[in-house]
Structures are given as structure tokens and as C-alpha cells.
Design a protein around this ligand. Structure first.
Ligand code: CAO
Length: 450
């Protein structure tokens, strides 16, 4: 067996460098120019290519060692040497220019070398000449690859790690490096992929069973009716929210006796203005204030699972029972508006919804939704969050009820409230505070002016 000891080449000025990656294993077949290992100076990494073809017997250094020019780094069995064309000057491998242009060229060369290594790896059972033709048909270069560790993407990783990430289709930006100076190591890439695979298989779970197709005509006369576009959109939005959002619903009841008296006292003014003022305007006003005071309700989860959006505006959706189906137009900047203006907006958007004249933009940008079934009836219902909003207030029919005031029962107009919220981002305490504030604002409307 003829052996060759590979030495640390000219380091382009650096006195000592660290060994940061040993890319191969003993027994690996290597071609001239294959990256043997990766060295790191203060500011850059460099691939050290093999000056000879053969089989790696062993490394003479370990990851973390500090080496200088001329130190032995690997021992190679040259038995395959006759199969490859060996450029003479490789023993004197030069460090490449650090300019970005060269960086990219060198990067490409490293990739080609690694691809060739891959080819060789997969051709273990081939006879010698076939290996030789793989080698000689490859592009060869005499330069060491010097790569700014942070590269243009700001990620701190060596070329071999970048190559691995590319092969696995992983963005290095998503990986936390556990190497020195937070450099991303091959193990970090592998661990990231493993955990992504585990979490995706955990998330897959059993699928939702399909509803059976039933021929209802066997039970009596039926007709098949096409769903309207709005019905189809509502159906898929509801299902999406119901399946994605872990819902919790909280119940409360608020005393709107004084609110209703005040509202009724505004009747002649309202007529003069051509506006109808119902509890809905007060509810929107109260929600706006509660959203301002409880900003955690004015957020949306981002799909990356890492961040949420905090909204610094306050637009509220209003569910409208329109002839063509449920529509949710959005009333903008509620906190900048007084009760008259809000009441005007309610009349306007409800009219547009019922006439089927809402534009898509009229239904976008909501931070929270109000669904009032008060005029229709019912003691309570659990509304579905209009995701990606985090909360929805359901309002049912106000009724006179006996309320104990500490001395006697008094007839009070009580309004049932239900708050459904996305438990991924809202906890019960926040929801309790939010709903309690709405309750207080409605039961004592003087608080709305503070
Ligand atoms: N309890 C008792 N009466 C109520 C009430 C309540 N909670 N809310 C409103 N009312 C009264 C109003 O004051 C009005 O009476 P007056 O004319 O005597 O004042 C009457 O009921 C009719 O109100 P309205 O329905 O015309 O107007 P509104 O402002 O209350 O509601 C709107 C507007 C658009 C919210 C409503 O018409 C609507 O479409 N609601 C349905 C929402 C819906 O479908 N939600 C379910 C969606 S799925 O979650």
C-alpha cells in the first residue's frame, strides 16, 4: 500500500487555524480536489481539498484541533492513484480571493467536488475504470475554498453544512447553531430535520372521518339545491376555524337597564339624524375600549408558530344575517368614533350586506367580531372565532330579570354575553378580564367616556 500524508497548505497569511469539520470517514474513496476537511480562521472557513486520489486511511487531526502550515492532517492510501489525473500544483494549494464573486465560484466548485464525492459514494460497486472516468470528467480546481462564514445570508455555517442543508431542502436561517460562535454544525442540521419529521408525524395523527353519503330519498321527497357562493365560503371558513382554533367560551350577563333607558332617550335625536341606535352601537364601543385596554385580544397568530402580530388599529367585524347568507362587514377605527358615528356605520354596513353590495375590502381587516342575535332571540350561544382574529362576542336576547340588589329583587334588563376565544394565544385570565370590562362598560355607560 503506498501512502501519502496530506499537509496543511498555505494559509494565506493566517498563522494558525482550527479544524472545524472532518467531512469523510476512514475508507471513503476520495478524488483529487475532494474536500478533506474544513479549517477556520478568525473570519473565514476554507475547505482543504485532497491533493491525491485514493482512500482515506485516517485523519491525523480531530475537530477542534489548532493547526499551522505544514502540519499533517490526513493519511491516504494511493492505490487508486493511477486512476486519476493529478494536477501537480495541488500540494501548493492556494487560498482563494475572498471577494464575493470568487466566493460564489469557489462555492460552486465545492458543490461540484461534493457532488462527485456523492457519485463515487454511490458507485462503490463499480470497477476502477468507471470510477476513473467519473473523476476525470469532473471539473477540477487548484484553489482552496475560502468562505466568509456568515455568507451573504447572514447565517454562520461552513460550506459542507450549507451543502447538506441544500440537499435536505432546509433553510439554515431556521436552525440554531451549537458550534463555536453559534456556527451551525452538520449535527444541528440533522437534529433539525429529525425534529421536523417527528413533529409532522405527531401532527398528522388520525384524519377526520368523512361523513357518509346518504340517499335521503329513501326516507321521503327531497331535492338537491346548489349552495350559494357565500354559503360555501362560510362553510369552509367555519370548518377551518373550528378545526384550527382550540375554542373556549366564557359566559356573562350584564345589566343594561340604564343603557337602554339612555338609548331610548336618544330616540328623537336619532330620528332627526336618520340613524337607528340599538344596543349594537354600545357593544361595539365597549369592545373597542376593551381591545385597547387588553391588547392581547388584538393579535393574530402567525403561521410560522414563532410569532404573533400585534395590531395597533381597531376594526371590528359585525355579523349580519343577510338574505344570501352570513356576511361580516368591518367597521373601521371604532375607537376614533362616537356612538352616533358607530350607529351610522352599523346601519350602512348592515344595509350593504342585506342588499348584497359589500365589496371584498369591506369585509377585510377585522380585529374582533361581534355577533348579535339579540333581536332574534335566545338565551345564549357559543360563536365560532372568526380566525385569524382571536375573539368573538356573542350577544343574545336581553330580558327583564329579577336581580337581588342586597335588599330586594329588582326588575333589571339583563343582556347575555358569550365570549369565544382562541386558547392558543388567550388564556382564561385575560378572557375573564376582557369580558368583565365589557360587562362594566355596558352596565355603567359613563365609564365609556373616560
Ligand atoms: N336584546 C333585545 N333586543 C335587542 C337586542 C338584544 N340583545 N339587540 C337589538 N335589539 C332590538 C333593537 O334595539 C331593535 O329594537 P328597537 O327598534 O325597538 O330599538 C330590534 O331589536 C331590532 O334590531 P336590529 O336587528 O334591526 O338591529 P341591531 O342593531 O340590533 O342588529 C345586526 C343589527 C346587523 C347585528 C342584526 O340585524 C343582525 O343581522 N344580527 C344577526 C347576526 C348573526 O347572524 N349572527 C350569527 C352569526 S354566527 O355567529
Amino acid at each position: 500500500m503506498s501512502k501519502e500524508i496530506i499537509l496543511v497548505p498555505d494559509l494565506g497569511g493566517a498563522e494558525t487555524v482550527d479544524v472545524i469539520e472532518l467531512g469523510l470517514s476512514p475508507g471513503d474513496v476520495i478524488a483529487v480536489e475532494d474536500a478533506l476537511l474544513v479549517l477556520e480562521s478568525d473570519k473565514a472557513t476554507m475547505d482543504v481539498p485532497s491533493s491525491h486520489a485514493g482512500t482515506l486511511i485516517k485523519y491525523l487531526v480531530a475537530e477542534g484541533d489548532t493547526v499551522k502550515v505544514g502540519d499533517p492532517i490526513a493519511e491516504i492510501d494511493l492505490d487508486l492513484a493511477s486512476l486519476e489525473a493529478e494536477p501537480e500544483e495541488l500540494n501548493e494549494a492556494k487560498i482563494a480571493d475572498t471577494s464575493h464573486e470568487h466566493e460564489h465560484e469557489n462555492h460552486d466548485e465545492v458543490i461540484k467536488a461534493e457532488q462527485m464525492e456523492d457519485t463515487l459514494g454511490r458507485s462503490e460497486n463499480l470497477e476502477g475504470p468507471e470510477i476513473a472516468s467519473s473523476i476525470s470528467s469532473s471539473d477540477q480546481t487548484n484553489n482552496l475554498s475560502l468562505t466568509d462564514l456568515s455568507d451573504s445570508d447572514g447565517v454562520y455555517a461552513g460550506p459542507a453544512v450549507r451543502m447538506l442543508a441544500r440537499e435536505l431542502g432546509v433553510s439554515l436561517k431556521k436552525i440554531t447553531g451549537r458550534g463555536p460562535k453559534s456556527r451551525i454544525l452538520k449535527d444541528d442540521v440533522n437534529d433539525y430535520v429529525k425534529s421536523a419529521l417527528n413533529s409532522s408525524s405527531a401532527a398528522t395523527g388520525p384524519s377526520i372521518p368523512n361523513m357518509p353519503d346518504i340517499d335521503f330519498s329513501q326516507f321521503g321527497a327531497v331535492e338537491i339545491v346548489k349552495m350559494s357562493k357565500i354559503q360555501k365560503i362560510t362553510s369552509s371558513n367555519m370548518q377551518r376555524s373550528w378545526l384550527n382554533v382550540p375554542h373556549v367560551t366564557q359566559f356573562d350577563e350584564t345589566d343594561i337597564t340604564d343603557l337602554d333607558a339612555f338609548r331610548k332617550s336618544l330616540k328623537s335625536q336619532a330620528e332627526a339624524r336618520g340613524v337607528r341606535i340599538t344596543p349594537v352601537a354600545f357593544l361595539l364601543k365597549a369592545i373597542g375600549i376593551a381591545l385597547k385596554d387588553n391588547p392581547e385580544f388584538n393579535r393574530s397568530l402567525m403561521n410560522d408558530g414563532e410569532n404573533f402580530v400585534q395590531k395597533n388599529y381597531c376594526h371590528i367585524g359585525l355579523a349580519v344575517d343577510a338574505p344570501k347568507g352570513l356576511m361580516v362587514p368591518v367597521i373601521r377605527d371604532v375607537n376614533d368614533k362616537g356612538l352616533w358615528e358607530i350607529a351610522e356605520d352599523v346601519g350602512r354596513v348592515a344595509g350593504l350586506a342585506r342588499d348584497g353590495k359589500l365589496k371584498p375590502s369591506d369585509m377585510q381587516g377585522g380585529c374582533f367580531t361581534l355577533s348579535s342575535l339579540g333581536a332574534i332571540g335566545g338565551n345564549g350561544f357559543t360563536p365560532i372565532v372568526n380566525s385569524p382574529e382571536l375573539g368573538i362576542l356573542g350577544v343574545s336576547n336581553a330580558k327583564i330579570q329579577p336581580v337581588w340588589d342586597g335588599a330586594e329583587f329588582r326588575p333589571r334588563l339583563m343582556l347575555p354575553l358569550t365570549l369565544s376565544y382562541d386558547h392558543r394565544l388567550i388564556n382564561g385570565g385575560s378572557a375573564g378580564r376582557f369580558l368583565t370590562q365589557i360587562n362594566r362598560l355596558l352596565s355603567d355607560i359613563r365609564l365609556m367616556s373616560l
